[in-house]
Design a protein around this ligand. Structure first.
Ligand SMILES: Cc1cc2nc3c(=O)[nH]c(=O)nc-3n(C[C@H](O)[C@H](O)[C@H](O)COP(=O)(O)OP(=O)(O)OC[C@H]3O[C@@H](n4cnc5c(N)ncnc54)[C@H](O)[C@@H]3O)c2cc1C
Ligand SMILES: NC(=O)c1ccc[n+]([C@@H]2O[C@H](COP(=O)([O-])OP(=O)(O)OC[C@H]3O[C@@H](n4cnc5c(N)ncnc54)[C@H](O)[C@@H]3O)[C@@H](O)[C@H]2O)c1
Length: 482
């Protein structure tokens, strides 16, 4: 099994097959493997044959974002401000139309992941990994008796998560599905119940609502996305209601009854909701059951998650864990960097720790993104700030794009004029946010945005408009004070 690397002669002979074994080929595992390979280490990644690229490529981020793109294109939703409410690119959109694009992108992404691992001389071992001791991994393939063991000096666990499934609900992969199965729907449901208004639930609720499904979102909490700016969440709810989404906040599902052609979701409050299908997006569970963690001297918490120190090291020193399996923030971008940093630490390569300034992007329709502080955080920590707002409808690019609802909001310190937060709602929000992130990351003030010249007509111009708005308000305050 041990594969010689081109520079092997320079390496001391190791007692292990590999310098690093990575379990899981999602974003965290990929970057851990490639970072170690770039340091000249012998690396293997273990994953199931049909899961190369992880949840991210196969059932999570990439399919959901491609589905959204296909829906936006085929429904013509974003063009209706310009061409009228009846505008469609395709009249009868089928699941096949949507899956064609999704499968195409997944296929391409899997190829990219495989090629990157290959050209960095990383061995991809097909199968399910299980510890037999702290340095040994048994890899079990899909065929009977297809099992072998490999040893690694260091190990990175990047096994991600799976949807949490309540015991009282019978999932049938046809009408009652979890979010990893949603692409298996055989037709577009005319009505859908979404259980859980987390990011996954709201993203899929908006996609199906855009397709014309009547969506009911059931959420046990009183609010949704409460880590975001409340004004933007209000705008999002308004838009979703406009697309025929019904929200049932403060409600819990008691059970789901299924017949041949329908479902009825019973809520604890006594309400009953008929629908073609039900999708559960009520949190996720760390994928650690199959690892036999005790054989490695490890244990997971009740949600299957592993705890790590600031270097992503588990309590067993040579075993690291990265990505969703360690919990918050459970994003693809953070998982990638955790993987890279874990590999660097494992092999003594100096690195900066991950920046605390991380953007959040929610691919609802319309999309939401922010970076830095929220108004609630600044208020509770008594940091004085002013708000500068730009509305897309007042930007030439907003008119051209037919986006009349988008907005960008800057939070600016009234003490030293630094940018404290940026919140964006509407077209391109998840890209636009990075301008604010860069200014904040460099400790920039609102004056940089006031003085900067932006391309015209662009949505980026919103930064200048919002910066001028904030500085006008600050000036008014300063004038009053003198
Ligand atoms: C519907 C959905 C939408 C999302 N959208 C976004 C988004 O827009 N932006 C964003 O940043 N994040 C998004 N995420 C989150 C993102 O997908 C995850 O943060 C990311 O995939 C986590 O990467 P990871 O490295 O932990 O591994 P994962 O991608 O979770 O992959 C883990 C891999 O480990 C493998 N594995 C597990 N156990 C074993 C074992 N015993 N042996 C071998 N292999 C094993 C699995 O087969 C899997 O391939 C979304 C998630 C979902 C579910
Ligand atoms: N755009 C993105 O960045 C993106 C997109 C999708 C997912 N993700 C990641 O995936 C992770 C998991 O997302 P998620 O939405 O599944 O989990 P979550 O835990 O964020 O949300 C689950 C929601 O379901 C609710 N819920 C749980 N049980 C319920 C019940 N019985 N009845 C009604 N409501 C119930 C919870 O109160 C919670 O609000 C997120 O933390 C996020 O990091 C990110």
């Amino acid at each position: 099994m041990r594969r010689a690397r081109p520079d092997d002669q320079a390496c001391p002979v190791s007692e292990h097959d590999y310098d690093l074994i990575v379990i899981g080929s999602g974003p965290g595992g990929q970057k851990a493997a490639i970072a170690a390979a770039k340091l000249g280490k012998r690396v293997a990644v273990v994953d199931r044959q049909d899961m190369v690229g992880g949840v991210c490529v196969n059932t999570g981020t990439i399919p959901s974002k491609t589905l959204r793109e296909a829906v936006l294109y085929l429904t013509g939703l974003n063009q209706r401000d310009l061409y009228g409410a009846s505008y469609r690119v395709k009249q009868d959109i089928t699941i096949a139309d949507l899956l064609a694009r999704t499968q195409h992108v997944i296929g391409r992404e899997v190829q990219v992941v495989r090629a990157q691992l290959l050209r960095n001389h990383v061995d991809l071992l097909a199968g399910t990994a299980r510890f037999t001791d702290p340095h040994t991994i048994a890899v079990e393939g899909t065929h009977r008796g297809d099992r072998h063991a490999v040893t690694g000096e260091k190990i990175v666990i990047a096994t991600g998560t799976r949807p949490a499934r309540p015991d009282q609900v019978d999932f049938d992969a046809a009408r009652v599905l979890d979010s990893d199965e949603i692409l298996r729907l055989e037709e577009i449901p005319s009505s859908l119940v979404v259980v859980g208004a987390g990011v996954i639930g709201i993203e899929y609720a908006s996609v199906f609502a855009a397709l014309g499904s009547r969506v009911t979102v059931v959420e046990q909490r009183e609010r949704m996305l409460d880590f975001c700016d409340p004004e933007i969440v209000e705008s999002l709810k308004f838009h979703l209601r406009d697309l025929a989404v019904t929200f049932r906040f403060g409600e819990k599902v008691a059970n789901v009854a299924v017949s041949d052609n329908a479902t009825v979701t019973a809520l604890v409050s006594g309400k009953r909701i008929p629908a073609d299908a039900v999708m559960y997006s009520a949190g996720r569970q760390g994928m650690t059951e199959e690892l036999d963690l005790p054989a490695a001297g490890l244990a997971a918490d009740h949600r299957g998650r592993l705890s790590v120190d600031e270097h992503y090291r588990t309590p067993v020193e040579h075993i690291y864990a990265v990505g969703d399996v360690i919990g918050f923030p459970a994003l693809a971008a953070t998982s990638m960097d955790q993987g890279r940093l874990a590999a660097y630490h494992a092999f003594g390569e100096p690195a900066h720790e991950m920046s605390a300034l991380q953007p959040i992007g929610i691919y609802t329709i319309p999309e939401v993104s922010y970076c830095g502080a929220t108004e609630a955080e600044l208020t509770s920590s008594a940091v004085p700030y002013e708000v500068g707002t730009a509305r897309y409808r007042e930007l030439a690019r907003g008119q051209i794009a037919g986006d009349s609802y988008g907005m960008l909001k800057l939070l600016v310190s009234t003490t030293n004029r630094t940018l404290l937060g940026v919140h964006v709602f509407g077209t391109g929000a998840t890209d636009l946010v990075h301008i604010g992130q860069a200014v904040m990351g460099c400790g920039g003030t609102v004056d940089y945005l006031v003085d900067a010249v932006f391309n015209y007509p662009t949505l980026s111009e919103a930064y200048k408009v919002a910066a001028l708005d904030a500085t006008n308000k600050i000036r008014a305050l300063e004038r009053f004070a003198t």
